[in-house]
Design a protein around this ligand. Structure first.
Ligand code: APR
Length: 231
């Protein structure tokens, strides 16, 4: 449950990336065994790929959707700690996620901005209508004019205005499990006035922009950080 009691504590923004879901059994994008390993990004995640070979693109996201819905994928201790921070921190805590999974929501979080879309939604190619969707989607779904509700390379991020507002009003920025290679998310650290902490198993392209870093598993270290913050 989200609540703001009002205090001297600063609003917090947390940016999450594929690394926070890695310990829930979802592959990250880059690195060994990464999601893109078997596919060139431009073959599966761009408007031109969808025009050229829609079946390949549909299938790529169908596999990911089925995987997300498999019984053994569930929120881990880092997702749960974020939910606890949202419940117990007396000011606004906004999660901006690059992830298209629903693990923050399954952990009970609210105020989650899905800047790169959501795997469990589809969007109408003509009207732009978005609807929840847990099944496979392809060129024969409904009236045959639906695509994954995913922001592809070259497309604008979702909820840009809400993101700007959250970053401008935040006094603490936390970043969990992102390689810092995709903009605009990789630049958010520069938009928050106040300290920033990066959580990652290794240094990233943007590590030097943070005030501090916690190296190691997010599921192991982030709950400890939340405990300390809430004391
Ligand atoms: N705990 C913390 N960090 C981890 C963990 C873990 N258990 N496992 C992996 N990481 C880190 C990796 O070290 C890496 O820096 O998570 C990061 C994952 O990086 P990417 O796979 O590149 O994912 P992300 O940064 O979220 O990608 C951004 O790129 O392809 C696009 O749209 C896609 O949203 C995605 C965007």
């Amino acid at each position: 449950m989200c609540r703001h009691l009002g205090s001297n504590r600063p609003p917090i923004v947390i940016l999450t990336g594929a690394g926070i879901s890695a310990e829930s059994g979802l592959s990250t994008f880059r690195g060994d065994g990464g999601l893109w390993a078997g596919h060139r990004v431009e073959d599966v995640a761009s408007p031109s790929a969808f025009e050229r070979d829609p079946d390949l693109v549909y299938e790529f996201y169908n596999l990911r959707r089925r995987n997300l819905l498999s019984i053994d994928v569930k929120p881990n201790a880092a997702h749960k700690a974020l939910e606890r921070l949202q419940s117990e921190w007396s000011e606004r805590v906004t999660i901006i996620t690059q992830n298209v999974d629903d693990l923050h929501e399954r952990a009970g979080s609210c105020n989650v901005i899905h800047m790169h879309g959501e795997l469990l939604k589809i969007r109408h190619l003509d009207s732009g209508e978005v609807r929840s969707w847990n099944d496979d989607c392809d060129g024969s779904t409904l009236d045959g004019r639906w695509r994954p509700h995913i922001v592809w390379f070259g497309e604008a991020i979702l909820e840009a205005a809400a993101i700007s507002e959250a970053l401008m009003s935040a006094g603490l920025f936390l970043c969990i499990g992102t390689a810092g290679q995709v903009y605009p998310a990789a630049g958010f650290v520069h938009e928050v006035a106040g300290p920033s902490v990066e959580f990652n198993i290794q240094g990233t392209a943007i590590s030097k922009s943070f005030s501090a870093a916690v190296l190691g598993s997010a599921a192991e270290h982030f709950p400890i950080f939340v405990d300390a913050l809430l004391k």
